[in-house]
Design a protein around this ligand. Structure first.
Ligand SMILES: Nc1ncnc2c1ncn2[C@@H]1O[C@H](COP(=O)(O)OP(=O)(O)OP(=O)(O)O)[C@@H](O)[C@H]1O
Ligand SMILES: [Mg+2]
Length: 167
């Protein structure tokens, strides 16, 4: 029986995680929309109204995931954890991290299309410029794969990920 493999799919908001996760799901991967679970199960401390974001409780999130991943649905599967917070999960939970990267210009355009505030856009674009999420991921985990998704079609990104985790 193949072993369960947990992959954190992370990257600055707007880099395309959910877009990719949807396709991976169609191809047979198990996908957990972690941001949705955080909201649904209140796995956060507070909602920061000014920044329009939840302040996540990583301990609660870890405990919730550990339990969820024990269920039959996720047995012997490659499980994709879709969230810009997934790389902050403990190494005991995560086998590898995929970080989607994107050029600041393209990212800014995508976030503008979402109607986000100028401040929130700037904060995220700056974070992508310095490569904050990739840095945080490499600081914590051994197997970290960064993919520059700027010029790739979704299908090409998906193929890269599938090749990384071929059994
Ligand atoms: N490879 C791509 N090429 C062109 N457009 C893309 C690509 N990937 C994603 N997009 C577009 O970028 C936008 C953001 O994608 P998506 O919602 O998947 O990002 P996300 O990383 O999940 O963001 P969040 O962290 O906020 O959930 C969407 O409008 C999507 O259609
Ligand atoms: Mg998303």
């Amino acid at each position: 029986m193949s072993k369960q493999k947990i992959i954190a799919l992370t990257g600055t908001p707007g880099t395309g995680k959910t877009n990719i996760a949807k396709i991976l799901k169609k191809k047979g991967f198990a996908v957990i929309d972690l941001n949705l679970e955080i909201r649904k199960r209140r796995l956060y401390f507070v909602y920061d109204r000014k920044r329009k974001t939840y302040v996540a409780d990583m301990k609660k999130i870890g405990n919730f995931l550990r339990k969820k991943l024990r269920s039959e649905k996720y047995e012997s599967k490659v499980v994709i954890i879709d969230s810009h917070l997934s790389h902050l999960l403990p190494t005991s939970l995560i086998n590898a991290v995929v970080v989607l990267r994107c050029s600041p210009e393209v990212l800014e355009k995508r976030l503008k299309e979402r109607g986000w505030s100028a401040e929130k856009i700037r904060e995220n674009v700056e974070s992508e410029i310095i490569g904050l999420i990739e840095y945080e991921a490499r600081e914590r985990h051994k197997k970290v794969f960064a993919i520059d998704a700027t010029k790739l079609k979704a299908g090409q990104i998906v193929n890269k990920i599938i090749n990384l985790f071929k059994p």
